[in-house]
Design a protein around this ligand. Structure first.
Ligand code: ZN
Length: 393
């Protein structure tokens, strides 16, 4: 196996591209790899909270329609504060059959394979465009994909933008054609503080948040009991809208009536639903809530829903040329719904049919001591070359 493949992985892992940090130096390095392989490249710069970020588009092949996009994200989830690490997350280490380092599975491993494939493929024999798109910020807000997807045709110039995209997220080569949206927001309760010895004078925000959680939980249970037959095969584990209470903070001390309580939550609706339908239903039910606490009939709390952020859903049509190519190369025979959201939703909004399938190991994503087996890592390269041969030759 080429040592260059491992070299690129080492270089990519060594850049700290945790989403909140700038990925520009790493993207510039990656652009150099594709330049060197004979691709046209364009860095697509933008800012997130004042931090410079870049996406990379690299393309080759004749200016004809029906090409292929291969895509992945360069940012990673954080390592700081994550218990369980006993290795340097930014150094590739090979122990036995396993290659360790943050991003080896999710998904710098795939990006290294793309760079190696770019050198391996005979570009003169491409009969259709091959376009690589690498993004920033996938793990946080997907703002890389959201900004580059609508700009793609402009960046590609006279090369028609392909209408099929393959994202190599770590799925252990399972193929996903759908995922739910992710809607995230804050619920904030404001009460009235005071000495806990005199509860009649206040209203406890934590107590009222408890009622709000009970109300939202009731809605969660209702949705769980409304299994949608249309999605039973796509999401066999949860063919319904799911919810999660993520974080909660509130109160100052055990002898003070809690004045504030804030909770952050997400839900994931089935891909044919309006991503804000549940938000509006939660808002409606909380609006009907009795806002007294249990200690005082005199005062009421107020409740406020923060502005929601939405990662849109994905529901790609079946039996496309890309699906057939992925089936043929991986040996898989089914496509299903993923339990996570991807950049693909932003491609889909631009009319690009997207499938998710990658050699990284799903159970390794976001874990301490993240790794990939050498076999999976090296097989990924052949998978990319095989799909390109079927799609662009
Ligand atoms: Zn990922």
């Amino acid at each position: 196996m080429s040592t260059h493949l491992y070299e690129v992985l080492e270089r990519l892992v060594a850049f700290d591209t945790v989403s909140i940090h700038s990925d520009v130096p790493a993207m510039e390095y990656l652009a150099g790899e594709f330049d060197g392989a004979g691709f046209e490249t364009a860095l697509h710069h933008f800012n997130i909270s004042g931090q410079p970020q870049a996406n990379l588009v690299a393309w080759a092949g004749p200016p004809r329609p029906d090409g292929l996009i291969i895509s992945g994200h360069l940012d990673t989830v954080p390592v700081e504060g994550q218990p369980g690490w006993d290795r340097d997350p930014f150094r590739v280490e090979i122990t036995g059959d396993r290659v360790f380092g943050r991003g080896t599975s999710d998904m710098k491993g795939f990006l290294a394979q793309c760079a190696e494939a770019a050198r391996t493929i005979d570009l003169d024999r491409l009969t259709r465009p091959l376009v690589f798109v690498f993004t920033a910020d996938e793990e946080v807000g997907m703002r890389g994909a959201a900004s580059v997807a609508p700009a793609l045709q402009n960046l590609l110039g006279d090369v028609p933008r392909p209408n099929l995209a393959w994202i190599g997220e770590p799925t252990s080569l399972s193929i996903f054609h759908a995922h739910k949206c992710v809607t995230a927001f804050e619920v904030k309760v404001s009460g009235r503080g005071g000495h806990s010895g005199n509860p009649e004078l206040g209203v406890n925000a934590i107590a009222v948040m408890g009622k709000a959680i009970e109300t939202i939980g009731g809605l969660q249970a209702e949705r769980r009991n409304t299994r949608n037959q249309q999605f039973a095969a796509i999401f066999p584990d949860a063919p319904y809208d799911v919810m999660n209470f993520g974080t909660i903070t509130g109160g100052v001390a055990s002898n003070i009536i809690a004045e504030q309580c804030a909770m952050r939550m997400t839900y994931r609706s089935l891909p044919d639903a309006d991503p804000l339908e549940l938000y509006r239903e939660i808002e409606r039910r909380l609006g009907a809530l009795d806002m007294h606490d249990y200690g005082s009939p005199h005062h009421v709390a107020t409740i406020e829903l923060g502005k929601p952020t939405v990662a849109p859903p994905l529901l790609s049509p079946r039996d496309t040329a890309l699906e057939r190519a992925l089936f043929a190369v991986t040996g898989e025979t089914v496509a299903r719904g993923a339990p996570f959201a991807t950049d693909g939703a932003w491609f889909a909004r631009e009319g690009i049919v997207t499938l998710i399938c990658g050699p990284g190991e799903f159970e390794q994503a976001h874990q301490p001591n993240e790794s990939i087996s050498r076999g999976a890592f090296e097989r990924g390269l052949a998978t990319i070359v095989g799909v390109v041969e079927r799609m662009c030759r």
